[in-house]
Design a protein around this ligand. Structure first.
Ligand SMILES: [Zn+2]
Length: 391
């Protein structure tokens, strides 16, 4: 029995992975332009003509794509989600190979987006092609979503949510790189901009001014201490708060009247962003009371909640079982950065996992690369999962 299965799965080869992934990497979908519409067309060209799909245009050049394999019922189903955009290449001269040439050396394919996450897109395409080739109608519908703009505002996944086609699924697989493991949680992101308006004076008379730079620094230091001493998550550790931008001041002999700090707070599941905002407001209120004349504004720039799927959920149990069969580790794994899950999961409240080829530590790096064998392994994971639970 086992042998028969092995033969069936052997049909996905690293050569197929290479051919598909090269095509995807060779299309430049770097932010901020994205141009994902072109990549969506390339994906459609790889598939038979009679498929059910919807191309959602966000602009003339940007689009997301949903491909649907109709199930016996319209209720429920599963969605695979992968983004098509990549971050910019940075300094081209630092790359060993041009980032859009998709050069292959042995088992490794080099290029921008190879790991994050065109490798995952390639694995999705392979599982989809296999699904279509079986000509079987799955018990429930299967959706393959290729999104635009994940690396920025997430307008692709928002467009898909607004469209509503996949909003009734029972479970979601985010095909982002998960380093040969299965991710069950991701950190949230809460970005704050804090602006302090003080009072300018001669620096020889600081008593006559309100030093905005010093107060913004005190405020963020207090907040950082409060935020970072919260609970410890078994996989993701603690919430972190980093001051990533700080500006203020006119010249050395002037007490600065304004200052601005930006904080990137990365939260663990269970930490409420509302609570963090409340803490920030409380500190600001105290400053307002103690320093007459000071003005403080707090602006939320990005708000993505931390997410976690219970290890007891059927999705996690079933995908771990399938992972074992294809040689993917079932060791605990969480993601420190947010994915499209941060937009779709809070809206439709279904279990999700992050499971895709490549090493997430290579995302956004110079000389980003991926193992073609890894792409094949995850294509097999998706294929085997669909065969076991949807056919
Ligand atoms: Zn990504």
């Amino acid at each position: 029995m086992k042998k028969e299965n092995d033969n069936k799965y052997a049909q996905i080869t690293t050569e197929q992975c290479k051919q598909i992934l090269q095509k995807l990497v060779q299309i430049n979908t770097c932010q901020p332009e994205g141009n994902e519409g072109k990549l969506a067309d390339v994906i459609l060209e790889m598939l038979p003509e009679n498929i059910v799909y919807k191309k959602i245009n966000h602009s003339k050049t940007r689009a997301s794509l949903i491909i649907k394999v109709n199930g016996e019922t319209e209720e429920g189903g599963i969605a695979f989600v992968g983004h098509m955009d990549t971050v910019a290449c940075g300094d081209y001269s630092q790359w060993s190979y041009p980032p859009h040439d998709a050069i292959v050396k042995g088992d490794i394919l080099y290029g921008r987006g190879s790991a994050d996450m065109k490798g995952g897109d390639a694995a999705m395409i392979l599982a989809l092609k296999w699904m279509l080739e079986t000509k079987k109608r799955p018990k429930k519908s299967i959706y393959f979503c290729f999104t635009a703009d994940e690396e920025s505002k997430g307008s692709g996944i928002r467009g898909i949510l607004e469209d509503g086609m996949v909003n009734k699924v029972d479970e979601i697989i985010i095909c982002e790189p998960s380093d040969e493991k299965i991710g069950t949680c991701e950190k949230g992101a809460f970005w704050l901009k804090i602006t302090v308006q003080g009072k300018q004076s001669h620096a020889s008379r600081p008593d006559l001014g309100i030093n905005a730079v010093e107060y913004v620094e005190k405020l963020v230091a207090e907040l950082k201490e409060q935020v970072e001493t919260g609970e410890v998550h078994p996989i993701l550790g603690t919430t972190t708060a980093s001051v990533t931008k700080l500006c203020g001041g006119i010249m050395t002999n002037i007490i600065p009247p304004t200052a601005e700090a930006e904080l990137d707070i990365r939260t663990v599941p269970g930490i409420s962003h509302e609570h963090i905002l409340k803490c920030t407001e409380e500190i600001a209120d105290r400053f307002r009371k103690e320093i007459p004349g000071i003005q403080i504004t707090i602006e939320v720039m990005n708000d993505r909640p931390a997410l976690e799927t219970s290890k007891d959920s059927p999705l996690v149990k079933q995908i771990m079982k399938t992972a074992q069969m294809v040689g993917i580790s079932t060791e605990d794994k969480g993601h420190y950065f947010y994915t499209d899950a941060s937009q779709i999961i809070p809206e439709i409240s279904v279990p999700f996992v992050i499971a895709g080829p490549g090493d997430d530590a290579l995302a956004h790096c110079i000389n980003e690369h991926i193992s073609l064998e890894s792409v094949r392994r995850y294509a097999k994971l998706y294929q085997k999962y669909l065969e076991k639970y949807y056919l």
